[in-house]
Design a protein around this ligand. Structure first.
Ligand code: GLY
Ligand code: MN
Ligand code: MN
Length: 445
């Protein structure tokens, strides 16, 4: 199947990385320092590693793409505030594993103030942190904690010569994550692109599916489209669940055969420039919704559309979720799966037999992106620049008390939505979700 190409959005520029570091430093107390390690390679099996994926916080602050680097921020330092330690140049090794940027080129290419090879780290690190009162680092990251220990050890040993070790260790995660929660225009461009690629992949899956195909073959169609458009990887493990497999929320075996008359649920998103797309669509394997499937689908769709349309500044994720729960519970009563009064069924949470996850999460460099869901103890209000998913679903168990026609039907519909000054922008609008539009797309030519 021929696939067209999409124009690539511009990468994040050096000025923006500088601005991000400046904003972070401005949010920290005087006389503090930041120590932030890059990710490392992880062995997959003997002599073979998982594809490298940079740590999201590290990437956010400097964009340096290699493993085992270290970013140091020293607010107010005259010789430069942003210092990068990076892997040494090593031509013999580079012949096997690829060119390393090296300290010399890193300053110009990544806009840091100074860069040193990792081989100089042990002799320089303590001196650079001498006199800083508090050291911000990812608490709980073993490498960061070991480096901080070593630095403190060295500086305490030199106390009589006037060295002053950091007195306090503090977590850098929250300040970085607060910043990451609000996306810049450049980030939104990259997220639109991740969403666009993800949408194309879902359209391709709708066009490719047929009874008898294996779930993994549909996964192959999806991931082909991701790679074709320059995505680095799926942003998370692709879920392709036919029939009742759709009711397993994190089903990733993708090993079953897709049956005529079943629905298939696909939850898949591309990662582009480290930003995640996250889309779910549910559609009939044979191209036509049965009446029972359609009745469930229309309930989820109406709840999803209403929640998407409610996204704007000032709304909370809890409000969106409560609206979805109300719409889904009303639908469950209409289907005869729940009985009695709507408010009573919401209050006793009996809807949770069919809908037990939340409606939204933040989206960004991580698919479940960072940033607090509460602020000052209160549910956080949406602000322009935030990006979230809206992903209601109904999962009807294959149980004997359920009408046979509804058993094992699982439906989830998920879009990615950015909050804007005037309301919202649906980033994933390129993939249809109305029954008529899906069925029209699936008609074989
Ligand atoms: N794909 C993971 C999620 O939707 O949250
Ligand atoms: Mn999601
Ligand atoms: Mn998803």
């Amino acid at each position: 199947m021929a696939s067209d190409t999409l124009p690539r959005p511009p990468a994040i520029g050096l000025d923006e990385y500088r601005w991000r570091r400046r904003a972070l430093m401005d949010a920290l107390p005087a006389s503090s320092a930041v120590l932030l390690p890059a990710a490392t390679l992880v062995t997959r099996s003997n002599d073979s590693e998982y594809p490298f994926r940079q740590d999201s916080d590290f990437h956010y602050l400097c964009g340096f793409p290699e493993p085992d680097a270290l970013l140091l921020l020293l607010p107010g330092r005259e010789d430069g505030e942003a210092i990068l330690f990076c892997p040494d140049k090593d031509p013999a090794l580079e012949a096997w594993t690829g060119i390393r940027v090296g300290a010399e080129a890193a300053v110009e290419r990544f806009g840091v103030d100074q860069a040193f090879a990792n081989s100089e780290r042990d002799e320089r690190l303590a001196g650079l942190l001498d006199g800083r009162h508090s050291l911000y680092l990812p608490l709980g990251d073993e490498r960061a904690m070991a480096l901080a220990d070593e630095v403190r050890h060295q500086l305490l040993a030199r106390a009589r010569q006037g060295a002053r070790a950091p007195q306090a260790l503090a977590d850098i995660a929250v300040p970085i994550h607060e910043q990451r929660l609000i996306k810049s225009d450049g980030e939104l461009e990259l997220m639109r692109h991740a969403a666009r690629i993800s949408a194309r992949a879902h359209v391709r899956a709708m066009r490719s599916v047929r009874p008898g195909l294996a779930e993994y073959q549909l996964q192959a169609e999806i991931e082909h489209e991701f790679l074709w458009h320059g995505a680095s990887a799926p942003a998370y493990s692709t879920i392709v669940g036919g029939g009742a497999n759709a009711c397993v929320l994190h089903y990733i075996e993708n090993a079953a055969t897709l049956a005529d008359g079943d629905l298939v649920l696909i939850d898949a998103g591309a990662e582009f420039a480290l930003y995640a797309g996250d889309i779910t669509r549910t559609f009939p394997v044979n191209g036509h919704f049965s009446d029972a499937q359609r009745s469930v689908y229309e309930i989820v769709l109406a709840a999803q559309v209403r929640a998407v349309e409610s996204v704007r500044s000032g709304v909370t994720l809890g409000e969106l979720h409560r609206g979805v729960v109300r719409d889904l519970t009303r639908g469950l009563i209409e289907l005869g799966l729940l009985e009695g009064d709507l408010d009573a069924r919401i209050d006793d949470e009996s809807y949770r037999r069919f809908y037990l996850h939340s409606t939204s999460h933040w989206l960004g460099l991580d698919v479940h992106d960072v940033g607090g869901y509460r602020r000052d103890g209160e549910p956080r209000q949406l602000e322009p620049g935030m990006v979230l998913t809206i992903e209601p679903g109904l999962y009807i168990p294959d149980d004997s008390d359920i009408p046979a026609a509804l058993r094992g039907i699982g439906v989830r519909i998920e879009d990615d939505v950015a909050v804007t000054a005037s309301g919202h922008e649906v980033l994933t609008a390129d993939v249809p979700k109305r029954v008529e539009d899906i069925e029209a797309l699936m008609v074989k030519h």
